[in-house]
Design a protein. Structure first.
Length: 621
């Protein structure tokens, strides 16, 4: 008995040494050994056959709104498996070869949200799959803009939006965030335009329109991105810069002049930036989001170009995703809070480092207000951090719950163990799981083992993650700057005239807090007084405009400023602004105006926005 035990012990020690020697190797092959988690939003069966590298050779044809060419995959097939299954939606699959031989592929049943599975016969020995395909003019990821929808009005423009499950509408792919690939691409665009991707990028036009790209770090498919337009580049720091149309490049570079400092602040918090360069492309106003964290190249809305750098928290947010989301990725869309909650927390820490505690406190306070409203509005089951989105569009999970309840959960943890320990924990978390996907369950185990147990603390994790609403220990950040604003708001509501309010040195966020503090019961005269004193209707700041128009519509002043609301909605395609404004009109006697504006504006919107709004109008009828 004793000797067998000794032998066992010796063997274990030998194994341990062998493991140590292999450590670096294990790290390099980490993606190869990843166990894949069931993702109900993808047809892929990565445990049977999985892609490891993608090579694109594509042409963008603006005349017929079509991307066409080949997607070549390196694949790895498990023992006994005989099929590679990819996601595809609205794609014209023309030909498939496996290791040079044409094969008979099948396309399965079409499902409205998910598209259809593309099954390709393979064997254990199969290495390379080439798919020849073309996109449809209505591909949901793509927005093809006419020259009139750009700043320059001369050239057309194209951009993609992959998250959450739209990449499958422009590339046949295993479209699950739990799968990672490296990629390279050759893209042929019209010769006077420039193409950029979530990869190594050109910094000037080359006159041919043909550009090559490489992304050498493994990324999930939703982060593959492409934009083509009349673009110019301007450096703002040693590894940071901005792309935009030429007429906007100077104002964009001015607005985003703090990017290099942001990268440095982020690194000081949670470790080295692993993606080489960090650039931002400021897109035309129809971009449906504020920002999208495409690696190496954040895609951003031009509505953050306010002229006074007051909306740059959005850049801190997208930059933070370079750790939370792009380095450590939610394994499925049910784990979305691991991307966004961590990112909102991290964003706030970057903003605090650059602009101080009082600034960050205003952002957090605005976030908390939104969170409380969302908890009231949403179905109880959608207020859990860990979601069950099976059968639903993962877009449904894009609420303040993932973002703000997630961030407040991390703030609660920080408060419990102290900032120093919490920062060390987060830094190790990003480092230990880099280029891997993360499930909620795995995070909870890591949190217990590496933060809670070592510090002997117990917290109500299950209530936060698997329960509804806001637990009692949800931190509430107060803001003295907002308290001062609230005082002025109260005085105004009670009858003080707008011109006599103390508003010196107010920044965008103070103005937003002020507008949001106004009740819908204000008299029309008071609305006119505010507008005369502060010029909200014609503000150059899109956030202020959106908040003011919403108040105006609910209060009854909206009918007086219809032309301003119309031109805002026709020009701007950012969904976060559109949904509240159209809803407000539908709910408060401006349904006819809403319909008429939507009819004019809809052709300018990306599918992400018009799909949401089509639903909204369908429900309103
Ligand atoms: N990754 C998101 C955008 C997204 C989420 C697109 C889910 C598709 C599906 C991005 O990082 C984001 O959160 N953008 C926010 C801005 C941010 C400052 C809260 C936005 O677009 O409003
Ligand atoms: Zn985000």
């Amino acid at each position: 008995m004793k000797s067998t035990l000794n032998i066992f012990l010796l063997a274990s020690i030998a194994l341990l040494f062998a493991n140590c020697n292999n450590e670096t190797k294990n790290e390099e092959t980490a993606t190869e050994t990843t166990e894949h988690i069931m993702d109900t939003h993808s047809y892929a069966q990565p445990d049977k056959a999985v892609m490891t590298h993608l090579s694109l050779d594509l042409k963008a044809d603006f005349a017929i709104k079509q991307i066409s060419g080949t997607a070549t995959y390196d694949i790895r097939v498990a023992e006994g498996a005989d099929q590679l299954i990819l996601d595809s939606k609205d794609l014209d699959i023309q030909k498939v070869t496996v290791d040079g031989k044409e094969v008979a592929f099948t396309l399965g049943e079409v499902k409205e949200i998910f598209g259809q599975p593309l099954s390709i016969p393979v064997s254990e020995k199969s290495k390379k799959v080439v798919i020849t395909y073309a996109t449809s003019p209505s591909a949901e990821a793509l927005q093809w803009l006419n020259p009139s929808q750009t700043a320059g009005k001369v050239y057309p423009y194209l951009f993609t939006q992959g998250q959450a499950i739209l990449t499958r509408t422009w590339i046949p792919i295993q479209d699950s965030p739990g799968i990672r690939i490296t990629y390279d691409a050759k893209v042929a665009a019209p010769e006077n335009l420039m193409a950029v991707m979530s990869a190594s990028n050109p910094q000037g036009k080359n006159g041919t329109g043909v550009y090559s790209f490489k992304m050498e770090q493994p990324i999930p498919p939703y982060l593959i991105a492409l934009a083509i337009g009349d673009l110019e580049f301007k450096s703002v720091g040693k590894r940071t810069g901005v792309y935009s149309e030429p007429s906007m490049i100077a104002s964009c570079a001015f607005e985003l002049s703090d990017m290099e400092n942001m990268v440095e602040a982020a690194e000081a918090l949670y470790g080295p930036y692993k993606w080489d360069r960090y650039d931002v492309i400021v897109l035309p106003p129809s971009f449906p989001f504020g920002g999208m964290e495409n690696p190496r190249l954040t895609f951003a809305t031009p509505t953050i170009i306010a002229g006074d750098k007051s909306l740059v928290a959005l850049i801190a947010h997208e930059l933070a995703h370079s750790w939370s989301g792009n380095l450590v990725t939610n394994a499925t869309w049910n784990d979305f809070w691991l991307n966004e909650g961590f990112t909102v927390y991290f964003e706030s820490r970057i903003m605090e480092a650059l602009y101080g505690k009082s600034y960050a406190a205003m952002l957090t306070s605005l976030g908390y207000q939104g969170l409380v409203e969302s908890v009231e509005d949403l179905d109880e089951k959608d207020t859990h951090l860990f979601l069950d989105l099976a059968g639903r569009n993962p877009d449904d999970g894009m609420t303040d719950i993932a973002y703000e309840k997630g961030a407040h959960f991390l703030m609660m943890l920080e408060n419990t163990v102290g900032r120093q320990k919490f920062d060390a924990f987060l830094k190790a978390y990003f480092n230990d799981h880099q280029f891997q996907s993360m499930t909620t369950e795995k995070f909870v185990a890591y949190l217990k083992a590496n933060l809670l147990e070592p510090n002997g603390v117990e917290v109500n994790i299950d209530e936060w993650i698997y329960g509804p609403g806001l637990p009692d220990n949800c931190p509430v950040v107060s803001s003295e700057r907002f308290d001062a604003v609230s005082e002025q708001a109260t005085a105004f509501i009670a009858g003080k005239s707008a011109a006599t309010l103390k508003t010196e040195a107010w920044t965008t966020h103070e103005w937003l807090h002020f507008i949001k503090a106004m009740p819908y019961t204000l008299a029309i005269g008071q609305m006119e007084d505010l507008d005369k004193a502060f010029g909200f209707t014609n503000s150059g700041n899109r956030e202020i405009q959106a908040a003011w128009y919403k108040l105006a519509i609910y209060q009854g002043y909206g009918k007086k400023i219809v032309p301003a609301i119309r031109s805002f909605l026709v020009e701007v395609g950012r969904r976060k602004f559109l949904t509240p404004l159209y809803s407000a009109m539908i709910e408060s006697g401006m349904k006819d105006e809403a319909k008429s504006i939507y009819q004019e504006a809809r052709p300018n919107y990306h599918s992400v926005s018009y799909n949401t709004l089509d639903d909204l109008f369908a429900k309103a009828n």
